[in-house]
Design a protein around this ligand. Sequence first.
Ligand SMILES: *Cc1c(COP(=O)(O)O)cnc(C)c1O
Length: 426
Amino acid sequence: MTSKNETLFERAQRSTPGGVNSPVRAFRSVGGTPRFITRAEGPYFWDADGKRYIDYIGSWGPAIVGHTHPEVIHAVQQAAALGLSFGAPTEAEVIMAEELCRLVPGVEQVRLVSSGTEATMSALRLARGATKRDKIIKFEGCYHGHADSLLVKAGSGLLTFGNPTSAGVPEDFSKHTVVLDYNNSAQLEEVFASIGDQIACVIVEPVAGNMNLIRATQGFLQTMRDLCTRHGSILIFDEVMCGFRVGLHGAQALYNIQADLVCMGKVIGGGLPVAAFGGRADIMAHMAPVGGVYQAGTLSGNPVAVAAGLATLRLIQQPGFYDVLTKQTSRLASGLAEAGRAAGHAVCADSVGGMFGIYFSEEVPASYAAMMSSDKDKFNRFFHLMLNEGVYLAPSAFEAGFVSIQHTDQIIDTTLEAASSAFAKL
Ligand SMILES: *Cc1c(COP(=O)(O)O)cnc(C)c1O
């Protein structure tokens, strides 16, 4: 075959490991040739062969107002014309910080960075610096970027510390990370009862979007909040994915639970590299240059990236934005599940705000183990059938999907027709 995607993929693999700059893009999980994207508009993008897809990854979350929104593009063009980077502060960064403090509950101060990984890595260092403790708790299936302490999976026992999930992570790092089951409050209580005074922080995706979509239970997050308060540990909500996705005020508002620190990213850059971490002012006061926790970035608060972020934040605050987004996403999710079941498959779906999950299982999973036992092979075949129909889902059974405000009724109808035809062939 001589499709341009295949030619590009062959070339890419010669100059880049696996041909991609982020592993999930390589289609390893679903098989086949990744599509090389040439342009995007609204709910669509086009590949190197000129084929159009309805896009349900939205750059893994950022494209919430649809691709190439004229107001975002205009803001970027205007900022770019004034200079790409200064290495000195700008007013736009002040406005961005004020916006994030206003929109995210409990966030009194923020620091801007360029990726979600930097946000979580820095929040972790801050929590350790502020508490003078080393140990952290994370949960199996939650992804928090690729910092050493966070690429860790559960050890053999509850209190045995974790094992690295990546080569190159020293056990000296992973031994400070305790990995527990998501939505398991009893485990959390047990660990705090024995080593609570050593725990610097608990980091969690309050709506998990990196093991497909899994909601935390209210009780799980409340237990976490109470234990952190009681033991002087810092609660970090990693809202890099779910923040500004599940609602304008993120998961904290959804559950009415306040974290001590919040990590943000994806949507707040509108497609350019902006992320942030922030929270209680007394904790943030440990950050350099005021306090002793060091963190920096040549391109942090980059003026062009911040312009894209601010334009996006303006658009999502238009009245009714999240009502429409939530309605469309839930229509898509329930439609996909119905189409699957109508064709006799064990399929279900869930959605929160503008995120959705489709699961090849009898029930919506509530844990990593339940998610992992879904029918991955069936998903992979479904993925390729949908791709043929011109619908681009996340290329893995274990990733969430994303809807933009430009996925209108008509786009969703077209998607559901494609799904019916895909399920019939499955
Ligand atoms: C994407 C993501 C990250 C990492 O962000 P990058 O910008 O890819 O470094 C961290 N946490 C969560 C919850 C994410 O979804």
